[in-house]
Design a protein around this ligand. Structure first.
Ligand code: ZN
Length: 320
C-alpha cells in the first residue's frame, strides 16, 4: 500500500523550463501511431487479506497477466506468508507467479515504513524479506535482483537514502523504479469495501472511474516525460495485488493497448537511459520522472487526482 500526501504544487514557470516535445507524440486514444512501452510491476504479494481473498486475487490476476503475455514482476512482503496452518498454501501462491514465467522481487518483509524506523531496522527487514523468495527463485534457476521501496519512499534524509542505496547495491539489488505513479490503492480499497458490502453498483462505478483515472494518469506522465526528457521514457507502472486489479486488469490492458503500449520486462524498460539519471531525495513517494526533475532543480507538476466522491467514500469506509 502506498500513502502519499496530495501534491499541491505550483506549476508556474514549468513550461518555460522544458525542451519542446522532440518527437511530437500526442497522448490519447485517438492517436493510433503512438508506439509506447511499459513494464508492469505488482506490489504487496501475495496480497493483503485472508487466504481465500489472496487465492482469488492471485488466480484471477495471473490469468489476465498471462493471457495478455505481460512480463510482470511481483514484489513480495514475506510477512504475509506466515499464518498458522496456511504457510504452504500462501507460499504456493508465490510459486504460481514463478510457474507463470514471471519474476519476483523483494518489497521488505513487513512492508516496513521508512519514516518510522532507523536504517538498521530497515536493512534487517530487507534481509528478512529474502528467505522464501530467494529459495523459490533459486529452484527456477533465477536470482533475487529487484527491490521495491515501500510507499516508494527511498529515505527520509539524504544520508538515509545514500546508506540504504549502498546497502541494496551491496546485496546485489537493482532498485525497481516507477514512472507511472498513481493512487490506484484508494480505488482498490473503496472497491473492496463495496465488495464486502455486496454493493455491486458501487463496485462497477469505482471500476469505471479507476479505468478513466488511469487513462488520465498515463496521459499526464507521457506528457511530463516528453516535456522533461524530450521523448517518452519506457514507462514503469506500479499496481498492487488487489481485488480491483484481479477483476479489471484485463480492461486496464485494453486501455494501455489503446494508448499504443506494448508490454516489456522491467529489465528492458530500464535499458532506457533515463533510468541512469540522478533521482532526488524526497520524503514522499514520487514518480521517478518527478525525482529526476527535482534533481535538476525543477518543480513538480500537480498530478491528476482521484474523483472527490472516491476520496469521500474512502474516508467513510475507513474512518478510524
Ligand atoms: Zn507496497
Amino acid at each position: 500500500m502506498k500513502y502519499k500526501l496530495r501534491l499541491v504544487l505550483a506549476a508556474a514557470c514549468f513550461s518555460l523550463l522544458f525542451v519542446p516535445d522532440a518527437q511530437g507524440r500526442q497522448g490519447g486514444a485517438s492517436n493510433g501511431t503512438a508506439r509506447r512501452e511499459v513494464a508492469v510491476t505488482v506490489d504487496d504479494l501475495p496480497a493483503w487479506g485472508d487466504l481465500e481473498k489472496m487465492t482469488y486475487i492471485t488466480r484471477k490476476l495471473l490469468k489476465s497477466i498471462t493471457d495478455n503475455k505481460v512480463p510482470a514482476v511481483g514484489f513480495v512482503n514475506e510477512s504475509q506468508l506466515f499464518a498458522r496452518g496456511e504457510t504452504d498454501a500462501r507460499v504456493a501462491l508465490l510459486q504460481m507467479w514463478l510457474d507463470a514465467g514471471l519474476e519476483l522481487g523483494n518489497h521488505t518483509f513487513s512492508h516496513i515504513l521508512i519514516d518510522r524506523h532507523p536504517l538498521d531496522a530497515y536493512k534487517e527487514d530487507v534481509i528478512r524479506g529474502e528467505t522464501v523468495t530467494r529459495m523459490l527463485l533459486r529452484e527456477k534457476g533465477m536470482k533475487l535482483r529487484y527491490f521495491r521501496h515501500t510507499q516508494l519512499r527511498t529515505g527520509p534524509t539524504a544520508e538515509y537514502k545514500e546508506g540504504l542505496g549502498k546497502f541494496l547495491a551491496g546485496r546485489g539489488y537493482t532498485v525497481a523504479p516507477v514512472t507511472i505513479d498513481n493512487q490506484e490503492w484508494v480505488f482498490a480499497e473503496v472497491y473492496s469495501g463495496a465488495k464486502e458490502r455486496g454493493d455491486k453498483e458501487t463496485m462497477k462505478r469505482v471500476a469505471e472511474a479507476y479505468l478513466k483515472y488511469m487513462d488520465e494518469i498515463f496521459a499526464f506522465f507521457e506528457k511530463l516525460s516528453r516535456e522533461f526528457l524530450g521523448y517518452e521514457v519506457k514507462q514503469t507502472l506500479l499496481l498492487h495485488a488487489n481485488e480491483l486489479n484481479a477483476d479489471y486488469f484485463e480492461q486496464l490492458v485494453g486501455m494501455m493497448r489503446t494508448r499504443g503500449y506494448t508490454f516489456v520486462s522491467l529489465e528492458d524498460a530500464m535499458k532506457d537511459k533515463a533510468y541512469g539519471l540522478p533521482d532526488a531525495q524526497a520524503k514522499m513517494g514520487l514518480s521517478w520522472i518527478h525525482r529526476w526533475m527535482l534533481a535538476k532543480g525543477l518543480e513538480m507538476k500537480p498530478e491528476p487526482a482521484e474523483p472527490e466522491w472516491i476520496a469521500s467514500l474512502h474516508k467513510s469506509y475507513f474512518r478510524r
